[in-house]
Design a protein around this ligand. Sequence first.
Ligand SMILES: N[C@@H](CCC(=O)N[C@@H](CS)C(=O)NCC(=O)O)C(=O)O
Ligand code: FES
Length: 110
Amino acid sequence: MSNTIDTIKEQINNNPILLYMKGTPRMPQCGFSAQTVQALMACGERFAFVNILENPDIRAELPKYANWPTFPQLWVKGELIGGCDIVVEMAQNGELQTLITEAAGEQEGE
Ligand SMILES: N[C@@H](CCC(=O)N[C@@H](CS)C(=O)NCC(=O)O)C(=O)O
Ligand code: FES
């Protein structure tokens, strides 16, 4: 569905820090999404999210577009960073904070 792909592209281009997840940051609906939100929130910056459980078209199309089969998916500055495993690892080694702080700087400057 090309419409859905356009929506996805818009979301990715308009939100420098964007998490596709199951549920919401306040109420994640899966442990993988919950862990990822926790790591992201610990960075202390505002981020956008899309609840894919409420957007079945995006749930169906994004994995093909991203070439990444699962959720959550963290996108920063238009690029897929990864899912839960990668985000948690990057949180542990400090890379996530650096990435998010930098992306948030651009967000402020908008
Ligand atoms: N190892 C994955 C775990 C995520 C995962 O396995 N997600 C599954 C279950 S929540 C998924 O998104 N399945 C496809 C779907 O539910 O649409 C990661 O690092 O993100
Ligand atoms: S919803 Fe079952 S593992 Fe994520």
